[in-house]
Design a protein around this ligand. Sequence first.
Ligand code: KG4
Ligand code: ZN
Length: 373
Amino acid sequence: MQMKECKMPNNTGSVTVLGLESSCDETAAAIVRLHDNGQVEILSDCIFSQVEQHEPFGGVVPEIAARAHADIMDKLVLRALNKANLGLSDLDGVAATSGPGLIGGVLVGMMTAKALAIGADMPFLGINHLEGHALSPRLASPLDFPYLLLLVSGGHTQLLAIEALGKYHRYGSTIDDAVGEAFDKTAKIMGLGFPGGPAVEKIARTGDASRFDLPRPLQKRKGCDFSFAGLKSAVQRHWQNVCDPCEQAKADLAASFQRAASETLSRQTAKALVRFATEFTKTNLVVAGGVAANQTIRDDLQNLAKDHGFGFIAPPLRFCTDNGAMIALAGAEHLAIGRSSPLDLAARPRWPLDESAALNNPASGSGKKGPKS
Ligand code: KG4
Ligand code: ZN
């Protein structure tokens, strides 16, 4: 990450950082105080979801997202300050997601953060959105490094060894679609609405997961990469062949899909747990990202961790999906060791957390523009 050394912000034994998130369809602003002893206080956590604006289109429309972020970001910042009962001068720094994500939205958060940093003469921190997710479990309870992270969201599906702050080693990544994308597409195919994940999970509760035979891709290949494009297409094919597309058929297909997705995640994660145990020691399996809200996936991962002698940590649901507190915490962790970002830091729509793994073994989104994540 492009960071520079900066003066330690104060000598009060804590750093207080405002964090802004706007890389997809949630606008968020939160203030987090990180104490010397590692204790984390969330002083405010404000979020505005754009779901209603994107719902008619069945997916996130980048132009609508960027405009909506620009409309609301300054009001959310004020709300976060008011809720925390703080003024700008009480902050030690301001952090914003600087990628990867939809560029229009990312720019809104970064420009707001940079303007606040200049106006209030405080450090600016450009944070990798994936690092925010990677550190998010620490918002809820203390968690020592290292741990194995399974990041499952609408844009990413990755296994990462989180060794220390700024030291992230990618074990595997999706070579095509993210698992959240597959949930969203499955919902769209059956007309279940947007966002798809919660809708698929809800209807799957009354479904028969053994009715449809769906693939579990890449299981036999070495390594921990994922693939969900084939699963998505199989759902489409089965749905086209269903003679009676009634509510029960939808429930059965949703349940079969959810089972296939969860088993695919678990089997590749099992390989990563074995590798992690040889490189470090058996510590914790942590799941983060929006798809971590799914109870079937949580239950399967919890059993898997237990079988391999690892602890299992899933952050509370509000920290699983995109939020400002995870960006504020990542900013505070860097600031606490005297690091901040230059004010000319550019937004990066593609920004792998483990740059060398992404270059040596590019998974999804490679090509002329470079690896996505
Ligand atoms: O982390 P997130 O809020 O945004 C990013 O993509 O960064 O994740 C959103 C994704 C969407 O694909 C959504 O359908 C999925 O998380 N999701 C779920 C559930 N809740 C949200 N997927 C499965 N089951 C859920 N309960
Ligand atoms: Zn996210």
